[in-house]
Design a protein around this ligand. Structure first.
Ligand code: MRU
Length: 349
């Protein structure tokens, strides 16, 4: 797989996901502001990838705010606020920024070179950890699979949405390694087409059999007995197990319930928002009308038409068969989330 992003010569290079699958090209982001813009403009997207990019963004914020002798911490905090506001739903963004910001108190009176090295090291650690976490998610998820399984996925929760391997597509990658004849149905994912442009491309790169379908074919496919399991990613899981993911996920989960098809959500625990009680409190990003009325230089809807374009919806916990995390598979309920919380506090001790 191509790299979602890489750091070189004090800049973050983001794979331009807007150009996929037609072109593999990177956007150079040489400042915290350029990284914020890259997140907002969907150059990089997918909750964990946004988190990793933001971690490098904080590093750049520090680099952009220092002289040889001192760091202007007020300026750093202003740049961090811009990064934090770049997209509202994926909690990995806030998680990564909080983890990076925790370094400030430790390093306030250290020499500038030490400060910059420490921030860069932490961002690199977040990136590396993400790949190994996804491999663990994949391996746990594979235990739910068997030969000949046909798995439906929505949006792109793959290597492209993370630092590598993917969450939902990580499960599919591990299952393809462990079982014979795993195949995937990828929904197109209107309006921004992450399924058609990214998931189909990513799976084809790995020679995992994939069939593309429009989002409104989900009911038909399930009714025809074509789907054995659904696995998707998520941008934020609330403390009661409600799950925010790409707009349309709720419809897929509802159809899965009707057809008694297990609907699983794969996520690192950094996507769990322990402080948000339920899904109705998760901020849902509303994106520009142009993302629905056309794509790039093509427009198919009448100009000036009124548009509804929420980027995410919330799937209630009762529709979710389980959360596949790096710490194992847990019910997507308050009890399941509390279990994860206790595992985490045990780790910290
Ligand atoms: O708007 P996007 O493309 O950032 O939305 C991405 C998704 O909804 C993914 O399913 C989610 O972030 C999980 S990625 C592992």
């Amino acid at each position: 797989m191509v790299e979602t992003m890489y750091w070189a010569d004090d800049a973050l290079y983001l794979l331009d996901q807007r150009a996929l699958p037609n072109e593999v090209t990177y956007v150079k982001c040489g400042s915290a502001e350029e990284i914020s813009a890259g997140i907002q403009d969907m150059v990089v997207r997918g909750a964990p990838a946004i988190g990793v990019a933001a971690a490098y963004g904080v590093t750049r914020a520090v680099q952009d705010s220092c002289s040889d002798l001192a760091v202007d911490w007020e300026l750093v905090l202003q740049k961090i606020a811009t990064l934090r506001a770049s997209r509202p739903t994926a909690v990995n963004l806030m998680w990564a920024i909080d983890r990076m910001t925790a370094l400030i108190d430790q390093l306030r009176s250290s020499p500038v070179r030490v400060v910059i090295d420490a921030f860069l090291e932490e961002a690199k650690a977040i990136e590396l950890e993400d790949v190994s976490i996804n491999q663990r998610i994949g391996d746990h998820g594979s235990s739910l699979c068997r030969d000949d399984m046909r798995i439906l996925t929505y949006c792109n929760a793959g290597a492209l949405a993370t630092a590598g391997y993917g969450t939902a597509l990580g499960v599919i990658r591990s299952a393809s390694r462990d079982f014979e004849n795993i195949s995937v149905y990828a929904c197109e994912t209107r309006p921004y087409l992450q399924g058609a442009r990214l998931t189909a491309w990513e799976l084809m790169q790995d020679q995992i059999p994939v069939t593309l379908m429009a989002d409104n074919m989900v009911g038909y496919a399930m009714d025809q007995g074509l789907i054995d399991m659904v696995v998707v990613g998520t941008d934020r899981v609330a403390a009661n197990g409600d799950v925010a993911n790409k707009i349309g996920t709720y419809t897929v989960a509802t159809m899965a319930k009707r057809h008694a098809i297990p609907f699983y959500v794969a996520c690192p625990v950094s996507t769990i928002d322990f402080s948000t009680a339920s899904g109705d409190l998760i901020p849902i990003e509303q994106r520009a009308a142009e993302e629905l009325t056309g794509y790039q230089d093509k427009q198919w809807a009448p100009s000036q038409v009124k548009v509804l374009n929420p980027s995410f919806d919330v799937t209630p916990s009762e529709l979710v068969a389980g959360l596949i995390t790096e710490h194992g598979i847990v019910p997507s309920t308050s009890d399941g989330i509390r279990h994860i919380q206790s595992v985490l506090s045990g780790e910290l001790r």
